[in-house]
Design a binder for this molecule. Sequence first.
Ligand code: HEC
Ligand code: HEC
Ligand code: HEC
Ligand code: HEC
Ligand code: HEC
Ligand code: HEC
Ligand code: HEC
Ligand code: HEC
Ligand code: HEC
Ligand code: HEC
Ligand code: HEC
Ligand code: HEC
Length: 289
Amino acid sequence: MTKSKRKAVAVIIVGMMVMAWTFSVEAAQPAEKSKMTSPYEMEIKPLTTAECGQCHFSIFQNIKQEGARHQIDCIRCHTQYHVYNPRKQNYDQIMPECISCHVSTNGGPFHGKNESLTPCLVCHSDPHKPLSIPMSEIEASCALCHTKEGNEIKNYPSKHTSDVSCADCHAEKHGYIPECSACHDSHSPKAELTTADCMVCHPVHKPTSISYDVEKTSSTVCAGCHGVAHDLLQKKETGHTYVKCSKCHPSHKEIPPCSRCHGEPHTKTMLMDTTKCGDCHGIAHDLSK
Ligand code: HEC
Ligand code: HEC
Ligand code: HEC
Ligand code: HEC
Ligand code: HEC
Ligand code: HEC
Ligand code: HEC
Ligand code: HEC
Ligand code: HEC
Ligand code: HEC
Ligand code: HEC
Ligand code: HEC
């Protein structure tokens, strides 16, 4: 493009812009006039949750951090708001009702009819943090909701029934699971035992119903209380030294007959009385006679 041609094009573009501006001013004038006359032309949109949050900042933060499954729009619960009138004393009437969204399967109160399980706000003290439940309000009611565990503790009386309460173990906050070591030293410190290991032998809600895995249970655990038996087995190497305690004693305190593993090792004439193996072989832990 030559210099003069470029100049001509520039002039045309500027001219067109001036014309467009002139027309747009003319076209806009009537509309702007009507906007000025009525401020009510604008469409009012419902407040968004974020907008509620601009004024109710702490509530917004609570729901954001601890609202759990209550992270829904404010107006789904607050179908009406800003209608409290001190003269009408209508606070309770205008607040959302739990029952409008939560009923039990038969249509009654959510957790059942028992009066300790109502009203909802006693335990769910802040609907904006529905799972923040004060322990003091539920201490007495655990077994009403957890009937399985409640019955287990009642039907298998132990010191966990008489000496501790549900809330002594499940302390601090609802759902907390304790470690055994919070209250017990291990009776078998040479064996490394986690809480889960303890519970293999002691189901925690019926701790005296002891059972254990015959294959996996370490003899070191038994040795914590039966040092004599353990040491005797180790002292002299016999065929029994490497047999696990639990293999011979598959349940606690059970004494096995020798025949369980050895059948009938001798001829009938040699062995008159099957209870007398020990007369010649000593005891199972020793076999040194
Ligand atoms: C799951 C239902 C639910 C949701 C969601 C919810 N609220 Fe509430 N809100 C309630 C209930 C129920 C009460 C009444 C509590 C009471 O009576 O102690 C309440 C009370 C209030 C109050 C008055 C009491 C106070 O704590 O100051 C305000 C303000 C409020 N909500 C604002 C909000 C805002 C803002 C949102 C959204 C950011 C929101 N709510 C979301 C159920 C809800
Ligand atoms: C411009 C600020 C502002 C906005 C936006 C706002 N609120 Fe409020 N709200 C207030 C004030 C101020 C009060 C009275 C003081 C108080 O209770 O905190 C109030 C009170 C309330 C109350 C209790 C009293 C009543 O009459 O209901 C509820 C519930 C409530 N607001 C819910 C909401 C919800 C839900 C939203 C969004 C849909 C919202 N507010 C938006 C300022 C606001
Ligand atoms: C507008 C409906 C609505 C109202 C009103 C309402 N909730 Fe909820 N709530 C819900 C929804 C939705 C969930 C999520 C449930 C689901 O996914 O099944 C929920 C869940 C819960 C949870 C479990 C929270 C979690 O994360 O596990 C609790 C507790 C709860 N609500 C208590 C209450 C209490 C108490 C009230 C009355 C103060 C109430 N709700 C009022 C709708 C509501
Ligand atoms: C005695 C205390 C107590 C009362 C009263 C109570 N709740 Fe609960 N609620 C709890 C506890 C504890 C949970 C378990 C919370 C958790 O999962 O950590 C719970 C859980 C819930 C859940 C969630 C259930 C689920 O399976 O996820 C809802 C919904 C609920 N409650 C609604 C209500 C309603 C509605 C009322 C009133 C009728 C009410 N609660 C009264 C203590 C209570
Ligand atoms: C109003 C009914 C209610 C009351 C009262 C209640 N709980 Fe719960 N609890 C529940 C619900 C609902 C759950 C959640 C169940 C689920 O997830 O299967 C739960 C869960 C638990 C869990 C399991 C947590 C996990 O990680 O699996 C423990 C432990 C527990 N509750 C102990 C208690 C103890 C202890 C008390 C008394 C101090 C108590 N609860 C009172 C309803 C209740
Ligand atoms: C000596 C401490 C102790 C006492 C007392 C106790 N619990 Fe537990 N509870 C535990 C431990 C530990 C677990 C974890 C069990 C597991 O992981 O198998 C547990 C688990 C639970 C669970 C969850 C069950 C599951 O399958 O996840 C519930 C519910 C429960 N306990 C309720 C109760 C109730 C109700 C009481 C009183 C009647 C109670 N507990 C008394 C220690 C205790
Ligand atoms: C909150 C403290 C507490 C916790 C946690 C606890 N216990 Fe206990 N337990 C006790 C008390 C108190 C006794 C009675 C005194 C004693 O024997 O030490 C007891 C007794 C026992 C007994 C003997 C029961 C009887 O009737 O003779 C066994 C077994 C037991 N606990 C196992 C466990 C196991 C396993 C765990 C972990 C899963 C555990 N305990 C967690 C407090 C607790
Ligand atoms: C291999 C099974 C086994 C394991 C694992 C085990 N125990 Fe024991 N526990 C027993 C036996 C057996 C007794 C004695 C029962 C009796 O006196 O009849 C016992 C007794 C107890 C007693 C009653 C008081 C005492 O010391 O005699 C407590 C408390 C106890 N165990 C806690 C625990 C704890 C805590 C753990 C985990 C660190 C644990 N146990 C692991 C088998 C086991
Ligand atoms: C759980 C199974 C089991 C039981 C029960 C059992 N034994 Fe044994 N016994 C063994 C094993 C395994 C050996 C070594 C391998 C073999 O010789 O068969 C053994 C070896 C022996 C031997 C050979 C000597 C040696 O040092 O190897 C004698 C003797 C013996 N047992 C006697 C007895 C007597 C007596 C009883 C009853 C008091 C008994 N056993 C109970 C498993 C068992
Ligand atoms: C916490 C300590 C403890 C632990 C761990 C323990 N026991 Fe015992 N055991 C005892 C007590 C207490 C008795 C009862 C003693 C009595 O009656 O004189 C006993 C009795 C026995 C008896 C019966 C004794 C007889 O005279 O009839 C056998 C067998 C036995 N235990 C084997 C085991 C085995 C195998 C293990 C490991 C799986 C084990 N024990 C773990 C404490 C324990
Ligand atoms: C009268 C003494 C006597 C009695 C009673 C006796 N045994 Fe023996 N037993 C022996 C002698 C001797 C041997 C061979 C010793 C050797 O080979 O070291 C033997 C060997 C054994 C062996 C090892 C066999 C092998 O092949 O190595 C076993 C296992 C055994 N006896 C088990 C038993 C059992 C189980 C009983 C009870 C039912 C029993 N004995 C009763 C004297 C006896
Ligand atoms: C080969 C099988 C066998 C093995 C392995 C074995 N026992 Fe025994 N245990 C017996 C028999 C059989 C008796 C009865 C006494 C006898 O006739 O020898 C007994 C008796 C006992 C007794 C009661 C008498 C006493 O000595 O205190 C205890 C406790 C015991 N065993 C614990 C243990 C422990 C702990 C272990 C592992 C360290 C263990 N046993 C390993 C077979 C066995």
